[in-house]
Ligand binder design. Structure first.
Ligand SMILES: Nc1ncnc2c1ncn2[C@@H]1O[C@H](COP(=O)(O)OP(=O)(O)OP(=O)(O)O)[C@@H](O)[C@H]1O
Length: 253
């Protein structure tokens, strides 16, 4: 991958929670306008790595982070970027849809407000974000309804709308479908595939079929290390490492 294709990267990253090292010399690059699946057994550090890119560990005082986390070459920790700016440019969607206990409208409006988007522009941005996230038709007549009354799959698409409304460059998704039924899952997958035209996407998933359906690149982690990264077809069909092969074939994890 040449420099110009890389949107997001970590180099020689280490992370400790207290004395426990959870990321070990992690170097990884996520290409622009592509979907990367991050796979590996439970506890190997996938979420921890994802959260580093969004400065989610900033508020924990027992976390030590070393190495570099770069957005188009710009250091996410050492430069002039604030955590708020980092989170605007790098959006995140979580395993459990987490709408605010407010209306559908307010769920998106809130982020626009705190990012100083003028009031007169917000209506159009909200409508566009809901359309872009394939949920507009289901909610357009009831934008004042509490978001918590939507189904799980609708809530997750609303959370994606909330993220895209801020026009991020990257969307990080931490097992976004693990709490959803197969129909909602396929809607989200369809949405993810559509979004890659405009965004760089990194998705943590335990679902090997999902990784193969959506990801261009797959990264396999084990015990805090990156074992192998490559085109999804290569990782699944011709893995270079025995460990990767055993994992993708379901022998452990
Ligand atoms: N805040 C924390 N304090 C201490 N240890 C933590 C903290 N968060 C995570 N860990 C530990 O770090 C390791 C990696 O956790 P992480 O959630 O990144 O793994 P994961 O690969 O995403 O797992 P899963 O697939 O189960 O979500 C685990 O051993 C976990 O117990």
């Amino acid at each position: 991958m040449n420099e110009e294709q890389i949107k997001l990267a970590a180099t020689a990253a280490n992370l400790w929670f207290g004395r426990k090292q959870v990321l070990k010399n992690v170097s990884v690059a996520f290409p622009k306008n592509k979907i990367t699946a991050l796979i590996g057994p439970s506890g190997c550090g996938k979420s921890t790595l994802l959260r580093c890119f969004n400065r989610m560990h900033d508020l924990s005082n027992d976390v030590t982070i070393e190495g570099k986390f770069l957005l188009e070459g710009e250091d996410l920790y050492k430069g002039s970027l604030s955590a708020t700016e980092v989170r605007r440019r790098i959006g995140m969607v979580f395993q459990q849809a987490n709408p605010f206990p407010k209306s559908i409208y307010e769920n998106i409006n809130y982020g626009l407000k705190i990012n100083d988007i003028p009031k007169e522009e917000r209506q159009e941005i909200i409508e566009h974000a809901l359309k872009e996230s394939y949920i507009w038709d289901e909610v357009k007549d009831d934008l004042q309804k509490p978001a918590t009354r939507l189904s799980g799959g609708q809530q997750q698409r609303l959370c994606i709308a909330r993220a895209v409304a801020l026009r991020p460059e990257v969307i990080l998704m931490d097992e976004p479908c693990s709490a959803l039924d197969p129909i909602s899952t396929s809607k989200i997958e369809e949405l993810i595939l559509k979004l890659k035209k405009d965004y760089t996407i990194v998705i943590v998933t335990h679902n090997m079929q999902q990784a193969q359906r959506v990801a261009d690149q797959t990264v396999f982690m084990y015990l805090g290390e990156i074992i192998e990264a490559g085109d999804t077809s290569q990782i699944f069909d011709e893995p270079g490492m025995e460990l990767t092969k055993n994992y993708v074939q379901g022998h452990f994890g």
